[in-house]
Design a protein around this ligand. Structure first.
Ligand code: TRP
Length: 370
């Protein structure tokens, strides 16, 4: 859920703080309720279309979205095209990038008959909701948002561009995404828990100010997902903007080349020690995830065979694990632009219906229907 290329979370950021422990308990309760009554939930989440999706997206978010969809939860995905211009002037080929992202969703198992996929720019009512929402937060609060703060620090350090107004207000924009659709569940990693706070604050303050007798917006819950941080071949967190990622759409040869370049360390024997051996642990996690085993078991099966063997095993697991996805992607791509356009048109139709309904309610509650 980060809008800027995040620096790898420090161990402190993902430590078991009381807040994380509480969120973990709450998430376990929610998972149990999803089992019983998935229709009570609407998940709202999405991605900034800055490039085709990569292995990090797949392991950290995409597979989980497919799981929730298949469990019967109403999943709504925003392709956040307006977020692309929060921190850059050059958007590149946005049409092309949005197409790649949607193809990645569909190839990964997102089913447009069950899941709504829409682009920000196609849903005007969502952005109108941002205006009253902006009145509910202070500039100081926005500046305390972890993503906004990180970007401000980064911009100052690099003495590059200064922060845009759109970046400062992005937490409220995200609140508009979630509340416009009445999403009540947002999947996040432990290090991203604070991101949802602005949305909860906006919902609470809107209720207090405009509809005290009967709350209108529910405060959405975080659904804590095991944060799998996937590293790129350079040992830093995999991210599109770093250019260190393995794209889901890449070929088997590119996959092998990616893992051949991946960093390991000088110890021969392969063991799973996330703190001491982050690069080896990363490869073990990736391999284990795709082969349906645990990093410990995978490490045990390689042992003295060393890093060369580890890379072969992980390459094999990724090639095999992504084979169906890549086959579906090729088939979809062969269909031309039709599929993507159709999916986005259907998604926009539903998202517009939901957002327009929310906006009508909000205008009534605010007394701005004349
Ligand atoms: N900011 C998210 C990202 O960069 C995408 C996003 C936009 C989002 N709106 C959202 C995620 C609302 C969760 C909820 O990946």
């Amino acid at each position: 859920m980060t809008v800027v290329p995040a620096t790898p979370p420090t161990p402190a950021a993902t430590a078991e703080t009381p807040a994380v422990r509480a969120a973990r308990r709450r998430s376990a309760e929610i998972e149990a309720r999803i089992d019983k009554d998935p229709s009570a939930f609407r998940v709202l989440t999405g991605d900034r279309p800055t490039g085709a999706l990569h292995l990090g997206h797949y392991l950290a978010t995409l597979a989980n979205r497919v799981r929730l969809q298949d469990a019967g939860v109403d999943v709504v995905l925003v392709v956040a095209d307006y977020q692309v211009i929060t921190d850059r002037d050059e958007t590149g080929d946005l049409r092309g990038t949005v197409r790649e992202v949607v193809l990645d969703y569909l190839a990964a198992g997102i089913d447009p008959d069950r899941t709504t996929i829409f682009t920000h720019s196609a849903v005007a009512a969502l952005h109108q909701l941002m205006l009253p929402f902006l009145s509910l937060v202070t500039v100081a609060e926005l500046e305390r948002n972890p993503t906004v703060k990180a970007e401000a620090v980064d911009a100052a350090r690099r003495q590059q561009r200064s922060m845009s107004g759109l970046l400062l207000t992005y937490p409220v924009h995200q609140a508009a995404d979630i509340l416009a659709m009445h999403g009540n569940l947002v999947p996040v990693g432990a290090d991203q828990l604070p991101h949802l706070e602005t949305t909860r604050t906006v919902a609470r303050r809107f209720n207090q100010r405009f509809t005290a007798a009967q709350p209108y917006f529910a405060e959405p819950d975080a659904l804590l997902t095991e944060s799998v941080t996937v590293l790129g071949h350079d040992g830093a967190k995999m991210s599109t903007s770093r250019g260190n990622s393995l794209e889901l759409r890449s070929s088997e040869d590119d996959t092998a080349a990616f893992f051949r370049r991946a960093r390991t360390d000088s110890l021969r024997h392969i063991t799973y020690e996330p703190e001491e051996r982050p690069e080896v642990a990363n490869l073990l996690r990736i391999g284990a995830h795709l082969a349906g085993t645990t990093p410990e078991v995978l490490a045990g099966s390689i042992g003295a065979a060393g890093a060369g063997r580890l890379k072969e095993v992980v390459t094999e697991a990724v090639v095999e694990g992504l084979r169906p996805l890549r086959a579906r992607r090729r088939a979809l791509q062969a269909d031309g632009a039709g599929v993507v356009g159709e999916v986005l048109a259907r998604g926009a139709e539903r998202a517009n219906r939901l957002a327009a309904g929310t906006l009508t309610d909000v205008r009534e509650l605010m007394g701005t229907v004349y």
